[in-house]
Design a binder for this molecule. Structure first.
Ligand SMILES: C[S@@+](CC[C@H](N)C(=O)[O-])C[C@H]1O[C@@H](n2cnc3c(N)ncnc32)[C@H](O)[C@@H]1O
Length: 925
């Protein structure tokens, strides 16, 4: 269950008559517990309460008590041994009149009337596995509003199927935006009188709902007519109380979908909420999914915390404003200059969704402006920060509508806070008609037309804030000398999640610029368009993106196109989890990257420490891998740069339709039937076989042995199948291989000799790469790499933390696996010149790792390298190995991965400098 569904379920529970016996089970059911779980608790099998209540292990201990005994009951629950033993996260006591609960870990409590407990549902979200975010817990209203409107939306579409067609979807979305505006306006005195809109609908429409749509339509019509024009507008008397709103919100078609009785009820329920408290950023993000059939299931889950948004906005421009404010002190002139500067700052989010980045930016700037006004003793001053300076592009119609509304609501709320309700009201209506959120595809729309740099002549005057479709922002532009900041969290979409349209967008965008665009994440489009924008004006941009954009092969392909013409990375936030509210959502790992073409001497690198604290580091350089060192792109090379390092080759590719590969059973049977075949059957290892201990074999016949091998029926029939499969292959390079069906199509290195195996894919959860030695005679498949007849110190290097961090950065990942590459990861990995002593020490520690593994025979590599259960002796052997290797690099252990990478990048730069390359060549003759 998601947060919205939970809120609905417990609201329903609180509305019903209190049933003492049933309450605990109904409460648990509201948080998504399955019927079977409740049944077990009810039967007493899993209920371990020692105070006569209901105890769900690891979750909650509840007690329903006699009237007036709630506090004492909570005390009893707190003191209960069973509460502690069962690690209950919450204790809860109620008598149906009062309600008290406590979070046993934090000690936080809730005490309220029973009827009001649904207001505190955020407190209990952990019961459903949803880790709460502070703002959400305090935002019951946003979740409630989302839930109510969602029900209404679905019910309306059920009754008005025509409104869900693509042609009418916009009307439906616009209708919802109008409703939200009315709910907000009636609770904030923008409309005169209590609940003017909801009460009007309730009183004027009949309860069977036949005319609800007509009543609403008339109120909408009234809000589109100026007071002066009203005498000729033929408005019903009761609609005359609604003010003229303008802003395009009520000017066009005032069609309203038909209401069923249920829909009417939902509308009245929604109207009864206190919309004054709505948080436009939170609510906007939550409600986005309402209009999206595919996303509705995750309703309310797309919430991005303010804290995370500020991680981007602060270094992008807010920190600078605050510094200027601090520096201005009480100087009236300096304060005025800052205010003037802020009035010309434009924030542009080209994937703005419901406008949360823009709303937060606006609110923060208003806070700073207020501080200026306070120091200048001008608190009555009207805000000089125009809402029209907060611009966005959004693909989907509904979020674009909501973004416009969210900004209007944010402006009103800020006016109330900083100037008082009266002034806020006096200036609110009619709404400004200028449109600043464009609905469209940001990779196709010309950003200069939406957010023109200062001094250009784009001057389109709009007259309808909400009219659509909008291909272009319609705004009179007067902003000479202003700054522009581009921001947002555009869709990341890696290769496998891009749809055809997204691939087309990239093709159009990068055509003639690079041939590598097929390997780019979709988000690269936003980085590239920011760079293009910077060709016209000095500005700064920052985006949240998955860290894949700064890892692996994409880096040398994509970043050189962005980081040129004075564009550089000026700040970055290294990888952290960006989670939303979805139950048990682990979140994606993201980075924040800021780029600018303005002069910037020092760059900032932020990272989150293990204790959650964010550190800021001033550095001279930040490269595209987000390492504080000179920009360097790591590209594949066919041989190792370092002399002495052994050559690593790809495993052997059968291209056999499976005929040359044998399961254990097949191999055993063939050998049993014909023992002489055993000379041609070898253990076969790829990633899966090596890591998970799956036994497989392959038929391995050298050319000179073909005649003998073909005499075995078990082999010859398989060779026939290989021949047939290859001969009919679509791949032209495979067809000639039909001539030698007794062997793999591609053979590399010295298969069968002593080999170090390196799987291509390995889970990102493992702390070390699972490298190892294979039994003599084994064959490595194309799912792994091999180093043949090599000194074992090579293994020590591959097994080190240092190498892993290089591979993660330089080779990148596929889904949640590291993807090893010999040419990109091994050949480029810089190692200092090793003395014989170094090599001996490394060989010894590689042997120690192998010996430590041996002591756990027959545990598989997957078992041994499970980060939660890795045996101590193996962990120790790896630590020693890291110690030995890192001492060779810097004489001590590295402090962290950033330091490791800094060193490696420095060494790489030296190793690949043209002078060094020349010397190596000379030395090699
Ligand atoms: C990750 S969301 C971010 C929205 C918002 N900032 C938030 O935190 O909820 C990305 C947004 O980009 C929009 N989007 C996707 N492709 C787009 C495109 N080509 N042009 C403009 N917007 C796009 C999506 O509809 C979505 O609202």
């Amino acid at each position: 269950m998601n947060a919205v569904e939970i809120e609905e379920a417990i609201s329903l529970l609180a509305d019903q008559a209190f049933d003492a016996a049933e309450f605990p089970y109904a409460f648990l059911e509201s948080f998504g517990n399955k019927a079977a779980t409740i049944k077990r608790l009810r039967s007493g099998n899993s209920n371990k309460s020692d105070v006569g209540g209901v105890l769900q292990t690891n979750n909650i201990h509840m007690l329903v008590c006699g009237e007036g005994e709630v506090t004492a009951s909570l005390d009893a629950l707190r003191g209960s041994l069973a509460t502690t033993k069962a690690k209950a996260k919450f204790i809860l006591a109620t008598d149906g009149v009062e309600f008290e609960a406590e979070n046993t870990a934090s000690g936080e409590t809730v005490a309220c009337d029973y009827a009001k407990f649904p207001d505190h549902f955020g407190f209990f979200l952990a019961l459903a596995g949803i880790s709460t975010v502070k703002e959400i817990r305090n935002s019951a209203i946003d979740i409630k509003a989302t839930g109510r409107l969602n029900r209404l939306y679905i019910e309306l579409l059920k009754n008005n199927p025509g409104w869900s067609t693509p042609e009418r979807r916009h009307d439906m979305n616009h209708f919802m935006a109008r409703l939200i505006f009315c709910f907000f306006a009636e609770d904030t005195d923008i409309f005169l009188g209590d609940d003017l809109f909801t009460s009007t609908v309730e009183q004027m429409s009949d309860s069977k709902s036949a005319n609800t749509h007509e009543i609403i339509s008339e109120t909408f019509r009234a809000m589109g007519v100026k007071v002066a024009d009203r005498p000729n507008a033929d408005l019903p008397r009761w609609a005359n109380g609604f003010p003229y709103v303008n802003g395009g919100l009520f000017t066009s078609n005032v069609d309203v979908p038909k209401f069923s009785r249920i829909a009417r009820k939902y509308l009245l329920h929604a109207g009864r909420l206190d919309w004054q408290q709505i948080n436009p950023d939170i609510f906007g993000s939550m409600i986005q999914a309402v209009a999206d059939d595919e996303e509705r299931g995750s309703l309310g889950m797309h919430y991005t915390s303010v804290e995370n948004i500020l991680k981007l906005l602060n270094p992008l421009f807010l920190d600078d404003l605050r510094e200027q404010l601090a520096e201005a002190g009480e100087s009236k002139v300096k304060l005025l200059n800052l205010r003037k500067r802020m009035a010309k700052i434009r924030i542009f989010d080209p994937a703005c969704g419901s406008g949360n980045f823009l709303v937060i930016a606006y609110k923060q700037m208003r806070e700073i402006e207020y501080e200026i006004n306070k120091r200048r003793i001008e608190t009555n001053q009207r805000s000089e920060i125009p809402l029209t300076n907060f611009r966005g592009i959004e693909l989907r119609d509904f979020p674009a509508e909501i973004a416009r509304l969210a900004l209007i609501i944010a402006e009103f709320q800020c006016d109330v806070i900083y100037r008082g309700q009266q002034d806020a009201l006096a200036e609110f209506l009619p709404l400004n008609a200028m449109n600043w959120i464009t609905q469209g595809n940001a990779l196709r729309v010309d950003w200069l037309s939406v957010c023109p740099p200062t001094g250009t002549g784009v001057k389109l005057i709009g007259d309808d804030l909400f009219s659509t479709p909008l291909d272009q922002a319609e705004i009179e532009f007067e902003n000479e000398g202003g700054e522009t900041y581009i921001c947002g969290n555009p869709p990341y979409a890696g290769l496998s999640s891009q749809g055809k349209e997204q691939k087309d967008d990239l093709e159009v965008l990068f055509e003639g610029v690079t041939k590598y665009w097929k390997s780019f994440d979709y988000v690269s489009g936003w980085l590239f368009k920011s760079k293009k924008y910077m060709e016209h004006v000095g500005c700064a941009a920052a985006f949240v993106t998955t860290n894949s954009i700064c890892q692996g092969q994409q880096v040398p392909m994509m970043w050189p196109i962005v980081l040129k013409d004075s564009v550089a990375i000026n700040f970055a936030h290294s990888s952290f989890k960006w989670s939303n509210l979805a139950a048990r959502n682990a979140g994606v790992t993201v980075v924040i990257i800021g780029i600018t073409n303005r002069a910037c001497l020092k760059k900032k690198l932020y990272s989150i420490k293990k204790d959650g604290e964010t550190t800021e580091r001033l550095v001279n350089e930040l490269n595209a891998y987000l390492i504080p060192t000179k920009n360097q792109y790591i590209t594949p090379v066919s041989k190792p740069y370092n002399k002495g390092k052994s050559e690593m080759v790809w495993g052997n590719k059968p291209v056999d339709g499976g005929s040359l590969i044998l399961s254990s059973e097949e191999a055993n049977k063939i050998i049993k039937d014909e023992p002489a075949t055993s000379a041609f059957i070898r253990p076969y290892f790829g990633s899966e076989e090596y890591i998970r201990g799956k036994q497989r074999f392959c038929i391995w016949v050298k050319d000179e042995e073909r005649g003998i091998a073909e005499k075995f029926e078990a082999f010859s029939s398989r060779f026939q199948q290989v021949k047939k499969m290859r001969a009919s292959s679509k791949a032209k390079e495979t067809r000639p291989a039909a001539e030698y069906p007794h062997r793999f199509r591609q053979i590399q290195g010295n298969p069968g000799e002593l080999a170090i195996i390196i799987p291509i894919h390995t889970s990102e959860n493992r702390h070390y790469l699972p490298v190892g030695l294979l039994p003599y005679g084994s064959i490595i498949s194309n799912a792994a790499y091999g180093i043949y007849n090599a000194p074992i110190w090579n293994m020590s290097i591959i097994a080190s933390s240092l190498h892993l961090v290089w591979i993660a950065t330089v080779c990148g990942k596929i889904k949640t696996d590291f993807r090893y590459s010999n040419t990109l990861g091994w050949n480029t990995f810089p190692i200092p010149k090793l003395t014989e002593k170094n090599k001996d020490d490394l060989s010894k520690s590689a042997e120690d790792i192998l010996l430590a593994r041996e002591t756990h025979f027959p545990a598989t590599i997957a078992d041994l390298y499970n980060p939660d259960t890795m045996p101590d002796n193996l962990r120790y052997a790896h630590k020693r190995n890291d110690e030995v290797l890192e001492r060779i690099y810097i004489g001590r252990r590295f402090k962290n991965d950033t330091e490791r990478l800094e060193k490696l990048f420095d060494l790489y730069t030296k190793m690949t400098s043209s002078e060094t390359k020349l010397n190596v060549k000379k030395a090699q003759g």
